[in-house]
Design a protein around this ligand. Structure first.
Ligand code: AMP
Length: 356
């Protein structure tokens, strides 16, 4: 693919904070960004040249959008796969491939794919009835987690089944097709952020160690407390996925690290990721710039980390501390411009660089 020259327009599906930071990175390289979102007044649209507010299944609007941009990418994986297909039919170049988007949208398909690629996952079973659930509990055992197959994120759409008694009525409570996963007694959680350029070059960032509170990422630190062998295992898995999908862009895989150092894959995100926000200040090329470079057909940038890192998410009311955070010389503050600080909502983050 030939490199898009500066001045070209990059289309982004989705208007959240990831789109906002992608748009800021695109501007740095001389691109304009056009956002397509179903949300009026989105965080991304306020820093982008143009926004289409429309339904993701509105073919006429998608065709119009496709005509105005030179490449389309996504900032969240729950854009319907049909949207990406419709854009391709309308003549748009779409990266990463809709096939990766489709796999990441369904936890059962995603885990089935991981297994077929030799990437270890928790034990899992598809659940569409209480009978399925009872049979799956009998096989996998408790504790386990029942999750919706689709549209779950940040710990939403999940029911913890601590003992077999908790399974009673759980399927009805979930209210959607599900997947039962065996509970992993992990030692820590990590993620790898990898990128693949249109020339097939692959780059990895250092592994992120992640802490979640109530299912939502709260803190990422680097270097992660893992062995070289664990790092190689994560890189091997990411490379396998990138190549299998002829992937172009940034890809994230989240893993559980077991007590023996081995990895169990939880999920993949075909996009930039919250655990990579530290790369804005902490790496030579941010994950956002890297993704823009890849989808624009530019060479990937260096991923070298320049310091030890602590990234803290500002969730809900945490963002009200902005005066203190702005006055803290050790904290690089990012606020996403969201009007409403609802509980559990990601409002911003701070990154602290420390000497390693
Ligand atoms: P998810 O939405 O699947 O990323 O899950 C959110 C969080 O729930 C994860 O980051 C883990 O802390 C926890 N979790 C999810 N699945 C499992 C599992 N199979 N075993 C143990 N903990 C899990």
């Amino acid at each position: 693919m030939s490199a898009l020259p500066p001045g070209s327009t990059i289309g982004i599906l989705g208007g959240g904070q990831l789109g906002r930071m992608l748009s800021q990175a695109a501007a740095q390289l001389g691109f304009d960004v056009c956002i397509f979102t179903d949300e009026p007044d989105s965080p991304a649209s306020r820093v982008s040249a143009k926004t289409f507010v429309g339904n993701y299944l509105d073919r006429a609007a998608l065709t119009d959008f496709a005509r105005r941009v030179q490449v389309v990418t996504t900032e969240f994986e729950n854009v319907p796969a049909e949207t990406a297909e419709a854009l391709i039919e309308a003549g748009a170049r779409v990266a990463p491939t809709p096939a990766a988007l489709a796999i990441a949208q369904d936890r059962f398909d995603e885990k089935s794919y991981f297994q077929s690629a030799g990437i270890v996952t928790p034990a899992f079973k598809a659940i569409s009835s209480q009978v399925d659930l009872d049979a799956a509990i009998a096989e996998i055992g408790a504790p386990a987690i029942l999750k919706t197959r689709r549209l779950g994120y940040d710990g939403r759409g999940q029911i913890r089944i601590k003992t077999t008694a908790d399974a009673k009525g759980a399927c009805e409570k979930l209210g959607a097709p599900g997947i039962l996963e065996g509970f992993c007694a992990f030692e820590r959680e990590v993620s790898i952020i990898a990128a693949r350029g249109s020339d097939g070059a692959v780059a990895f960032y250092d592994i992120n160690e992640n802490e979640h509170t109530g299912g939502v990422l709260s803190r990422t630190t680097l270097p992660a407390n893992v062995s070289d062998q664990t790092i190689i295992e994560a890189q091997t898995a990411a490379q396998r996925v990138l190549e299998a999908f002829d992937y172009v862009g940034v890809l994230t895989i989240e893993f559980f690290v077991m007590p023996d150092g081995s990895l169990v894959a939880n999920e993949m995100a075909p996009r930039v990721h919250n655990s990579g926000h530290w790369t804005i200040e902490g790496a030579l090329t941010s994950q956002f710039e890297q993704h823009i470079r890849a989808v624009a057909g530019w060479p990937l940038g260096p991923t070298t980390r320049i310091a030890a890192i602590e990234m803290l998410n500002l969730i809900g009311g945490d963002a009200n501390d902005w005066p203190q955070l702005a006055a803290d010389p050790t904290a690089r503050l990012h606020l996403y411009g969201k009007r409403d600080a609802r509980a559990g909502r990601k409002m911003g983050h701070v990154t602290k660089l420390k000497s390693s």
